[in-house]
Design a protein. Structure first.
Ligand code: PLP
Length: 394
């Protein structure tokens, strides 16, 4: 006998992967330029020049034994110090190498945090719409995921429903801002209110409720939008970061967990993060890429392309009669389906070679996600298809 749960996880393709595969099949039939695949959150903008320059320099001039060798399990100390200093200069914080644990992207950062925190019976709360893998990671760590229904008005938090969900088994709350799939950024007002509730409830329950903040889109913001830096608002915060989106490096798998010094029982908590990394085999993140990100920290790919895409898509779609909240960050537009069943809507969209993702798996039925991290040309070419699709509902 092997784990039935793992067999299921490994056999059932995600809806997004399913659509992606369909897109490849259609592209072979009608030509790639006629298939408007908006399914994947794969950055469409190349990494900034510093990525290539630093990698070349490391490969040409670095000591290959060091460049490709094991680092400390939690990541190279110098790399972690450089990242901490970059964060301090950007956010006015006071971190050092000892606050960071290098990982293979946000997926690993989240898994490490959940594993470090969870004891049997623990509940983790996420807000819909949410990144579907949270459930997989939380359950793998032995916890249960509870989901606060969406606030459809602006995709901020429905505080009433949230408060009602907190109980003695609540171990942590997971947030993701800028958000996949809504593109919403939690305002400072939302964050202050959230942190006040967490503080009050932690006191009332007699144990801390942790805040796990998933931030792969931290720098992908438009129109001067601000993303509050959470450790400054709530001490029991664990930050999960990834360079997948900011530096367009999703295939290279590099990120970190940040444990602020103020967190309750810092030494124990950091040890639990290291222990979880060890238990999951997430030790010694890729050395070459650790060293590269230390030097490129704070830089981003050309975000202006995403902004252009967002504007084209948002303006076009609202003109055709679609309803959506204008995204302030990330690279997704979350649109209301033109019929109740978003799956049926996505099936109809396929007839126009528009590949969209139903919101059901994100905890938001009746909505669809459009990933606009694509070539601007694809958006321009897809507009008539979006218009025709809307017309079929008139
Ligand atoms: N969290 C969110 C909200 C994401 O959208 C993604 C990837 O799309 C991840 C985590 C995983 O990121 P990574 O590729 O760094 O593991």
């Amino acid at each position: 006998m092997i784990s039935q749960k793992m067999v299921e996880l490994g056999s059932k393709r995600s809806v997004i992967r399913e659509i992606f595969e369909f897109g490849k099949k259609r592209a072979a039939e009608v030509g790639a330029e006629n298939v408007f695949d908006f399914s994947l959150g794969n950055p469409s903008v190349p990494p900034p020049e510093c990525v290539k320059e630093t990698l070349l320099d490391l490969l040409q001039n670095g000591d290959p034994v060091l460049v490709h060798g094991y680092t400390s399990a939690q990541g190279d100390a110098k790399v972690r110090q450089q990242i901490a200093e970059s964060l301090n200069s950007r956010f006015g914080t006071n971190f050092d190498a000892g606050n960071l644990y290098m990982t293979v992207g946000a997926a690993a950062s989240l898994s490490v945090c959940f594993k470090a925190l969870a004891v049997p019976g623990d509940e983790f709360i996420a807000f819909a719409p949410f990144f579907t893998e949270y459930r997989v990671f939380v359950e793998a760590a032995g916890g249960t995921l509870k989901v606060v229904p969406p606030n459809y008005e602006d995709f901020q938090i429905d505080f009433e429903k949230f408060e009602a969900m907190i109980g003695e088994h609540t171990k942590a709350v997971i947030i993701n801002s800028p958000n996949n799939p809504s593109g919403a950024i939690y305002s400072e007002e939302t964050i202050v209110r959230l942190c006040r509730i967490l503080t009050e409830k932690s006191e009332a329950l007699g144990h801390p409720i942790y805040l796990v903040t998933d931030e792969p889109y931290r720098e992908i913001v438009y129109d001067g939008g601000k993303v509050p830096f959470l450790t400054k608002y709530y001490k029991n915060t664990l930050v999960c970061y990834s360079y997948s989106k900011s530096l367009s490096l999703p295939g290279e798998r590099i990120g970190y967990v940040l444990v602020p010094g103020e967190i309750v029982d810092f030494e124990k908590t950091y040890a639990a993060i290291c222990g979880a990394g060890r238990a999951l085999g997430y030790v010694c993140a890729p050395s070459l890429f650790q060293q590269m990100v230390a030097r490129c920290e704070g830089k981003t790919s050309d975000i202006s392309v995403y902004k252009k895409n967002r504007d084209l898509l948002y303006n076009g779609l609202t003109e055709f009669g679609y309803t959506c909240v204008k995204p302030d960050g990330a690279f997704y537009l979350f649109v209301k389906a033109m019929e109740e069943d978003a799956n049926a809507f996505c099936e109809r969209a396929k007839k126009f070679d528009l590949l969209l993702v139903p919101g059901d798996d994100f905890g938001c039925p009746g909505y669809v996600r459009i990933a606009y991290c694509v070539k601007t040309e694809q958006i321009e070419r897809s507009m008539p298809a979006f218009q025709k699709l809307a017309e079929t509902y008139k």
